[in-house]
Design a protein around this ligand. Structure first.
Ligand code: GTQ
Ligand code: FE2
Length: 374
């Protein structure tokens, strides 16, 4: 018999419990045989592999915006942005995901920071992405040559495999958040990446108020007749705060007049959609803006898949599973799969929450469930 010096990565121990065999010497011998041949029986693993409902490895966690902002600004002073590292982006690492830069098992959330005059170089990747701006202005994101202005409250989707670069045309640094499906692509081993040009052209450095995409697609209820086909990802590259804010304000105003339209009493919500289909903006990510009236609350929701929230405005209290936090502008927090979530706005003003989640993945696979539990 040859001795393999590499220890088997499989380690099996007899466990007590319903449906488990008695821990006899014969069982030990069987398990050593399994280890040698790299085999694992279902009966010792079933509780972890096939739980009665999702048991997320991720945990609820909150990151404070003032700390993120300060550290990003520090990075702005000492970390260059350019080819290789590609972006001055600093990701949220869920404390239960082994130190990986993953906010949840599927979602990446990062603060990105550009100093005045700086450029983040052009590249493209299969991961889907978006930007959301909680404060500041002055950066244009250039998507396939279309320069798109970024300002507070704007939501800027940017679907996979489009060339993109970012350019700070202002005299102040600017920070924003990026959401991508990097962990999903990582675990499913489906990523491609290409570098683009070193410098975008002077023509693409335009600081136009409105992008090509907004002039073509940014008119409510109107689509260009030259573009009647359904597009799998949104052709609109910017969703402006004036429109989002008015939609939320109108829902709450209708409610105050006794008319229907809010998601639940005191809770207005809108979803960013692809104007060519009415569906989610990106194939892997759903994005929404929520407003809870001053002193109001949401119902308690839970759903398959994970979410990341950023407080856009106001203050209040949020509860995720067993955790409750007081939150303020810019704070980010994670809701793991199937954990109950609710929010309460403070008495002094409305609470605005930007949310992104991975629900389109599960909907496409007919594996999505959601419920209101209270
Ligand atoms: O801005 O292109 O946070 O490619 C991570 C990967 C941002 C970006 C991130 C990226 C980008
Ligand atoms: Fe990118």
């Amino acid at each position: 018999m040859t001795t393999d010096l590499t220890p088997s990565p499989v380690r099996l121990h007899a466990v007590a419990g319903r449906g488990q065999p008695d821990p006899t010497p014969a069982l030990e011998e069987l398990y050593r045989g399994f280890e040698q041949e790299l085999l694992v029986p279902l009966w010792t693993e079933i509780g972890d592999l096939m739980p009665r409902q999702p048991q997320s490895k991720a945990v609820p966690h909150l990151w404070r915006w003032d700390r993120l902002k300060a550290l990003a600004a520090q990075a702005g002073e000492i970390v260059p942005v350019g080819r290789g590292g590609e972006r001055r982006a600093i990701a949220l690492a869920n404390p239960a995901l082994g130190g990986r830069p993953f906010a949840t098992p599927t979602l990446w959330a990062a603060i990105q920071y550009l100093m005045p005059g700086e450029d983040a170089p052009e590249h493209r990747h299969t991961q889907h992405a978006f930007r959301f701006v909680v404060e500041g202005e002055g950066v244009w994101t250039v998507v396939n040559g279309d320069a798109v202005r970024m300002s507070r409250g704007d939501f800027l989707p940017q679907a996979g495999w489009n060339w993109h670069a970012h350019h700070n045309a202002a005299t102040e640094p600017m920070a924003w958040i990026d959401g991508l499906d990097i962990p999903f692509s990582y675990y499913t081993e489906s990523q491609f990446f290409e570098v683009g040009r070193e410098r975008i052209s002077p023509a693409e450095r335009t600081t136009a108020e409105r992008s090509y995409s907004e002039r073509l697609w940014g008119h409510p209820g109107l689509r260009p007749v030259s573009k009647m086909g359904a597009q799998p990802v949104t052709p609109l590259l910017a969703y402006r705060w004036v429109d989002t804010d008015r939609a939320l304000a109108d829902q709450l105003a209708l409610e105050a007049e006794g008319q229907a339209g809010t998601l639940s009493p005191g809770h207005a919500a809108v979803r960013f959609t692809n104007p060519s289909t009415g569906g989610d903006v990106l194939p892997t990510m759903r994005t929404e803006m929520h407003r809870v009236r001053a002193g109001g609350s949401t119902l308690v929701h839970r759903e398959v898949g994970s979410s990341v929230f950023q407080v856009f405005d106001g203050s209040g209290t949020v509860t995720v599973g067993e955790r409750t936090w007081q939150v303020a502008r810019g704070d980010l927090f994670v809701v793991p799969s199937w954990q109950p979530f609710s929010a309460q706005a403070s008495a002094s003003g409305a609470l605005d929450l930007f949310r992104f989640c991975d629900a389109p993945i599960f909907e496409a696979l007919h594996a999505h469930r959601a419920e209101v539990t209270g």
